[in-house]
Design a protein around this ligand. Sequence first.
Ligand SMILES: NC(=O)C1=CN([C@@H]2O[C@H](COP(=O)(O)OP(=O)(O)OC[C@H]3O[C@@H](n4cnc5c(N)ncnc54)[C@H](OP(=O)(O)O)[C@@H]3O)[C@@H](O)[C@H]2O)C=CC1
Ligand SMILES: N[C@@H](CCC(=O)N[C@@H](CSC=O)C(=O)NCC(=O)O)C(=O)O
Ligand SMILES: [Zn+2]
Ligand SMILES: [Zn+2]
Length: 381
Amino acid sequence: MTDTVGKTIKCKAAVCWGAGEPLKIEEVEVAPPQAHEVRIRILYTGICHTDEYTRSGKDPEGLFPCILGHEGGGIVESVGEGVTDVKPGDHVVPLYTAECRECKFCKSGKTNLCGKVRATQGAGLMPDKTVRFKCNGKDIYHFMGTSTFSQYTVVADVSVVAVDPKAPLDKVCLLGCGITTAWGAVVKQPGIKGSSVAVFGCGCIGLGVVDTSRLVGAARIIAVDTNPNKEAWARKFGATDFVNPAKLPEGKRIQDYLIEITDGGLDYTFDCTGNVHVMRAALEACHKGWGVSTIIGVAAAGQEISTRPFQLVTGRTWRGSAFGGVKGRTELPNLVADYTNGKIKIDEYITHRRKFSEINEGFHDMHSGECIRCVVDMNEL
Ligand SMILES: NC(=O)C1=CN([C@@H]2O[C@H](COP(=O)(O)OP(=O)(O)OC[C@H]3O[C@@H](n4cnc5c(N)ncnc54)[C@H](OP(=O)(O)O)[C@@H]3O)[C@@H](O)[C@H]2O)C=CC1
Ligand SMILES: N[C@@H](CCC(=O)N[C@@H](CSC=O)C(=O)NCC(=O)O)C(=O)O
Ligand SMILES: [Zn+2]
Ligand SMILES: [Zn+2]
């Protein structure tokens, strides 16, 4: 037992005080975990596009001041009453998609969207509707139930999973979102083996979809991105073709071009951009009668998707995927094993590393067009 158990811990956290503001490294107080809560010392965190989406003010659920971050890896410092699945010293990944195994959603066998803590999580609160973070006496909101941009965080026990302590946390932290999201969106979609796939957007999520499509045996994988530098990345991860929509002849729409080069359209498409016009193109690039388009990208507040209903009447399916449909407490340990056994990539996605004190530069990296994932070392200030 460490001498911090049951006590408030003072540590550094990157606080976002308002929409559009840079993060500020502050001293924060992190209260002890209450019943069914876990306090974690975060060692590493990735920066996902969704952190930027909320920071920028585009997230209709965004609340400030808050501590962002949801791609973390850390060690359990202490647990509250009634916590049975993890213990102090365990290496863990926080889960923004909880898995309680008891709610209607968890028991349905149809979805990974657990209902146990989602309402309080979306309100920036712990399940008892209070917060564990304070800065200069002011309450700070939690984010996505994880808040990994803090050296210590508190999460619900249904929102954390223990992983193999031999697995490097500076790598497997990325299974907390991006790589798992892409992997699940493909492996949980039946029929991709032997089929044609188009992936719109070649960031971490899109490259993960390309890589997993290759892994499950897709026959043709067309990567689509407006950034020409992404061609080399996409081909390295397994794309057979690359199309830059910005380079098409004047007036030629990407969906029409893709339909032409695939004899009628794709069997499967994935939006990995968050742009609603791209989502439409991805749906309309699907083959009549059977094409399935999956939305993974997250669109800004006020944005809506549209298409002619005829697109659906004539047999195309529009669907979406959150955290790849993955049930984190059940599936993440296996995914960690897949990584340590060389079955899935993680290292290849890490293009940037930053000290905690440089976290804002990590956000700038993301906008540079050259960053797939940046991992932040929470101990380096
Ligand atoms: N549903 C879920 O569970 C999850 C959803 N997400 C969401 O997925 C999306 C992708 O995330 P991430 O990979 O981290 O983001 P990135 O920004 O790294 O990748 C997006 C890519 O799309 C490219 N792009 C932009 N506009 C277009 C366009 N019109 N046509 C084709 N490509 C385009 C970008 O190019 P450029 O480099 O020039 O910007 C970039 O390469 C985000 O919206 C994120 O919020 C993330 C995790 C989980
Ligand atoms: N808060 C946003 C919704 C954002 C969103 O769709 N998030 C994804 C995960 S994105 C990870 O990087 C998700 O899991 N959605 C399901 C959920 O329950 O939030 C908004 O309100 O638009
Ligand atoms: Zn994410
Ligand atoms: Zn549940």
